[in-house]
Design a protein around this ligand. Structure first.
Ligand code: PEP
Ligand code: MG
Length: 753
């Protein structure tokens, strides 16, 4: 069975056109299932009709018959999204006799819907003269076949690799969907840049003169270093240092003796510079890729980007920038930060990446540059090079050859956007009060870069979350106490007199260190965060001492513990913090102060134990990213279940309410540092629940401050009180959209067009 199934799917996937593919499908399926008839129907674009696309056994010619979605047994299968297995089809109440098909001779009928990600693409049917129920094995064969066929059909449709009558190639407007990576809208011609050689297409090759090859590589490294310095300088005026850190990361990697040594070794073995580069880069990227934390695994792309850039300079002939006459929407296979840097800013309206996710450095950079970006768009760019297009960075939509009406609509949106961005940067450095004078403190999330310094951001009250794991991941070994001390000191000094909350190492099963691999079945439920550091007091104490030392003379340090799931962990961690403090006190001189100690609320167990942490911590901060993951039992990195990961889920809101109520009752300072805090809707939900302190990424600060200033705490509180009674996230979202419209704030939530 399995071999037959694989054979059918292989044949279908290799067909040159959709018609050929479907003809092969019905022929092979009929043969494999020993039936007398097999047919396939595909859904029309408006989802109202099913067209007979191929048949072996029916009288009708393909594409001459179509059924309404409410007609016959085929319509019933499409509507019900369920297989139908009948011994005698003609007695079923939904049976409809269609003369042109002449199926009266067939009695038994088995059909399955062809469904891809909840979307019904069509129906696959087998029929037989003999009055018999198809067996369970036959039924499951057809269901499995349909599921595999659905993937091929959906992919072919997205890439337009097969033309069909249902989706005619025409001059009509085309629409594709991707992941929104940077908000904003743009209207311009598409520019598909695929001219550079790709590192993954380098084939094994050797060299005769290793010295010459070493020289070529040396020159390429020098040129690349110069280029990164140039790019950094160019962006310095516009970007914060956090984002610019990508260029520092590249420089850091290029100066890394280990990387250089590995490249040299490879060339000395007789490989060409290009082939040596590919092998070394792939091995480095592989180490990052193995990490299941999305942010860290995406660093593999940074390493590849570095390789790509070096490859470019190995073949460099003196031309650095794309020569564009007009502003364009840049389309790339894999968007990279250097690619963004190589296009003059006045020529870049938006970017589209066929691959990649919203957390890559390139996505972060495009957000910081204010360039709309969508990632993971499935379409064939070679068909549309230089065609006019619209990018909607809010919803992730791409419209090619847009209609006049759509251009008009988006031009108006662009004008509104311009006015909005001027508006939100006003009074950025002032504190944030609601209309009824409730203050919301705004803090920064930092640390997701290799840079030792972080952005001096206008208008923030301090750092609400400094993630310390990146330096641990970028090295070949644990960073020394001195290395950590210097880094933490720079950060504390960047925010004099403002609190800086440093989180202790949140590493483990999901973020394995390259030099300490951890193999686990269930990494998110495994050895991570405080579980790892308590098992390694050596590493933990080193970090704590570095933090305490860095605080001498600064006095603005708070230490936060991640992934606490019970009180013993908290008590043990506190003990180690005290030990570190006492040790530093005995060893050093200066202006000492005890750091405040806090914990993240990420594991649902702590909701029940919250009253008991009073006295053990000075503050708490809610990590909604993980709290949502654990509360809803949904992997935060798994695209297949991303629709289940609902930030506005009623259970998430109820948990957040319980946390704030308990914290208020016990006068425990509380903040939120998950992504919800920097989300336009999320920040109001949190305000309405009573939170007075939010921590977010740089790009959200101005927006959130502006939104909060437009509302009164009282009205939002009333609204949120009603939302807590809703049964699903959809209803909550709908009401919030209504509120944003009422307040003239819909410009901030244009998603979902
Ligand atoms: C969180 O879980 O919400 C959080 C802020 O931590 P991280 O995203 O680093 O896991
Ligand atoms: Mg977390």
């Amino acid at each position: 069975m399995l071999t037959q199934l694989r054979d059918i799917v292989d044949h279908v996937a290799k067909a040159e056109s959709l018609d050929d593919a479907l003809a092969l499908l019905v022929k092979n399926t009929r043969h494999s299932m020993h039936t007398e008839c097999c047919s396939v129907y595909l859904m029309s674009n408006d989802n109202l009709r099913l067209e007979l696309m191929a048949t072996e056994g029916l009288k009708a010619k393909p594409k001459t018959v179509s059924l309404g979605i409410d007609e016959g047994l085929v319509g019933l299968v499409a509507r019900s999204c369920e297989p139908l297995n009948l011994a005698n089809a003609s007695v079923h109440p939904s049976y409809k006799y269609i003369p042109s098909i002449a199926e009266y001779k067939f009695n038994s009928f088995l059909a399955t819907p062809i469904i891809y990600r909840r979307q019904n693409l069509g129906v696959l049917v087998v029929q037989q003269k003999e009055k018999r129920q198809f067996t369970e094995v036959e039924e499951s064969f057809l269901v499995t076949l349909s599921a595999q066929l659905a993937v091929i059909l959906a992919h072919a449709k997205a890439h337009e690799s097969w033309s069909t009558q249902l989706q005619p190639q025409s001059i009509e407007q085309k629409q594709f969907k991707g992941i929104s990576a940077s908000n904003g809208v743009a209207i311009a011609p598409l520019w598909f840049d695929d001219a550079q050689p790709r590192i993954e297409s380098i084939l094994p090759s050797s060299c005769l003169d290793t010295e010459q090859e070493q020289d070529r590589l040396g020159t390429a490294v020098e040129l690349a270093l110069k280029d990164f310095r140039r790019a950094k300088k160019r962006f310095e005026q516009e970007l914060n240092t956090e984002t610019l850190a990508i260029f520092d990361l590249f420089t850091h990697l290029l100066n890394d003796p280990m990387l250089k040594g590995d490249l040299k070794k490879q060339i000395n073995q007789g490989d060409s510079a290009e082939w040596a580069l590919r092998q070394v880069i792939e091995s480095y990227a592989g180490r990052f890729e193995k990490m299941s934390d999305s942010y860290l695994s995406e660093r593999a792309n940074d390493v590849r980007e570095l390789g790509q850039r070096l490859l470019y300079f190995l073949n460099y002939e003196g031309k650095l920038e794309l020569d564009l006459a007009h502003p364009v929407i840049l389309v790339t296979t894999q968007l990279t930060a250097s690619m963004l840097a190589s296009v003059p800013q006045d020529k870049l309206k938006a970017v589209i990446s066929l691959e990649g996710a919203a957390n890559s450095h390139a996505a972060i950079l495009s957000r910081a540059l204010g360039i709309p970006a969508i990632m993971g768009v499935e379409f064939n760019p070679t068909h549309y090079h230089q065609n006019l297009a619209i990018v909607d960075g809010y919803s992730g939509a791409l419209y090619i050859k847009p209609t006049e009406a759509l251009i008009q609509e988006y031009t108006e949106l662009q004008n509104e956007e311009l006015a909005l961005s001027e508006l939100i940067t006003q009074d950025l450095d002032k504190p944030t009060f609601t209309r009824d004078e409730h203050q919301m403190k705004i803090y920064l999330n930092a640390g997701l870069s290799a840079d030792t310094s972080i952005a001096v951001n206008q208008g923030v009250d301090g750092v609400g979350l400094y993630r310390t794991e990146i330096p641990f991941l970028l090295q070949q070994r644990f960073p020394s106490e001195e290395e950590q001390y210097l880094q933490y000191k720079t950060i504390l000094e960047t925010y004099p007199k403002k609190p800086v909350i440093m989180r202790t190492l949140d590493i483990g099963g999901d973020k394995p260190l390259p030099y300490l691999p951890i193999e686990e079945e269930n990494p998110f439920l495994g050895w991570r965060g405080i579980r790892f550091t308590l098992d390694h007091p050596d590493i933990f104490l080193l970090q704590l001492k570095a933090m305490v030392r860095a605080n001498i003379g600064n006095g603005n340090l708070s230490i936060m513990l991640p992934m606490i799931s019970g009180l013993p962990e908290l008590k043990q961690a506190r003990k180690l913090i005290n030990q570190a403090y006492e040790e530093v006190l005995g060893e050093s001189e200066g202006d000492f102060s005890q750091p405040r100690i806090g914990m993240m609320i990420e594991v649902p167990s702590m909701l029940y134990l919250l009253p008991r942490v009073v006295g053990l911590v000075d503050f708490i901060s809610v990590g909604t990213n993980d709290l949502t993951q654990y509360l809803l039992a949904v992997d935060r990195n798994n695209a297949r279940v991303s629709h289940v990961y609902e930030s506005y889920h009623p259970a998430v809101l109820l948990a957040l309410k319980q946390i704030i109520d308990t914290a208020n009752q016990y006068k425990l300072p509380v903040s939120v540092c998950g992504e919800l805090a920097g989300d336009p809707i999320g920040c109001l939900l949190l305000l309405g629940l009573g939170y007075q302190s939010l921590s977010m990424n740089t790009s959200n600060v101005a927006k959130v401050k502006y939104i909060i200033r437009q509302v009164s705490q009282q009205e939002v509180e009333q609204l949120v009180a009603t939302l807590l009674h809703h049964d699903d996230a959809e209803q909550i979202l709908t009401d919030m959209i209504g509120f944003f419209e009422e307040k003239d704030l819909s410009g901030f939530i244009r998603a979902g067009r």
